[in-house]
Design a protein around this ligand. Structure first.
Ligand SMILES: NC(=O)C1=CN([C@@H]2O[C@H](COP(=O)(O)OP(=O)(O)OC[C@H]3O[C@@H](n4cnc5c(N)ncnc54)[C@H](O)[C@@H]3O)[C@@H](O)[C@H]2O)C=CC1
Ligand SMILES: O=C(O)C1=N[C@H](C(=O)O)C[C@H](O)C1
Length: 256
């Protein structure tokens, strides 16, 4: 069987470099292009790319996707910076490219996907909730894409179960001390040398708290999810938001 022809955009970056190595090491995938900011996007079409993985920067991803989708290439996107407006624009672009699929994943690690799912499940039961995300000191965006998505899912679950917005007791203090407000959920961003990608979801109820914590300790944590996405996206036209939609019972992150 012929191998799937895969390109990585952002291949000199922290995660892009790891993704290029993971694609290269996979028996069923062929790394046909690995480009970065000084390279031409035409390299992808010249290499007859079937799936492009974008791991670049919020400022670059929309133009990259315009080229990729416009040339009939499926997309796997880990780059952050997704707003409802951007997602709607991408969905519209895909509607004009029948048969082409794009997966946008706030996080490719199984632990982070499960954190979001567990937080969604817990949200209805607790009065208070706050999200704390902690990342390396070179991350340009805050809050992280994962934290933003986690907060959105929690807010939607609270609303679905008729929970009133949280009461913020703060009347005095400094601006920003209570974090960013994502759909009514406070999200706090820590940037610290030595860290990689970490998140805590704190729930509080009467006389108890529940903390869900996830730690990505190495970029390898994202690779099984990226490879799963690369293999799955050609069969799923249109926009998919979140790796959870590609997970099946037989996914074994430790086997890739
Ligand atoms: N969804 C997920 O699971 C994960 C997502 N990310 C996201 O991936 C993105 C990249 O993260 P890092 O690798 O840490 O950043 P990085 O700064 O180390 O790498 C980004 C790379 O993209 C390149 N780049 C920038 N503009 C470009 C363009 N127009 N064309 C081609 N290449 C371009 C840069 O030169 C750089 O080499 C960020 O948005 C980050 O949040 C990171 C880790 C996991
Ligand atoms: O920049 C990173 O490192 C990461 N970015 C993604 C995010 O913003 O959620 C995923 C993960 O947290 C690593």
């Amino acid at each position: 069987m012929s191998k799937l022809r895969v390109a990585v955009i952002g291949a000199k970056g922290r995660i892009g470099a790891e993704a290029a190595r993971a694609v290269e090491a996979a028996d069923d995938l062929d790394l046909v292009a690995a480009i970065d900011r000084d390279d031409r996007l035409e390299t992808l079409t010249e290499a007859d790319t079937q799936v492009a993985v974008d791991l670049t920067h919020p400022d670059a991803v929309m133009d990259n996707l315009e080229y990729v989708i416009g040339h009939g290439i499926h997309a796997v996107v880990g780059t952050t910076g997704w707003t409802p407006v951007r997602l709607a624009a991408l969905e519209e672009r895909l509607a004009a490219a029948p048969g082409i699929g794009a997966l946008v994943a706030p996080n490719f690690s199984i632990g982070a996907v499960l954190t979001m799912r567990f937080a969604q499940q817990a949200a209805r039961w607790f009065e208070s909730v706050e999200v704390i995300e902690l990342h390396h000191d070179n991350k340009p965006d805050a809050p992280s894409g994962t934290a933003g998505r986690t907060a959105q899912l929690i807010a939607a679950a609270r609303a679905e179960h008729g929970r009133a917005p949280q009461h913020d007791p703060t009347t005095h203090g400094l601006p920003g001390a209570r974090g960013a407000d994502v759909d009514g959920v406070p999200v706090h961003s820590v940037r610290l040398r030595g860290l990689l990608a970490h998140q805590e979801v704190l729930f509080g109820g009467t006389g108890e708290t529940l903390t869900i914590r996830h730690d990505s300790l190495h970029h390898s944590s994202f690779m099984p999810g990226i490879l799963l996405a690369v293999r799955t996206v050609p069969g799923v036209p249109g926009l998919t938001y979140g790796l959870e939609h590609f997970l099946s019972e037989d996914f074994r992150p430790d086997e890739d």
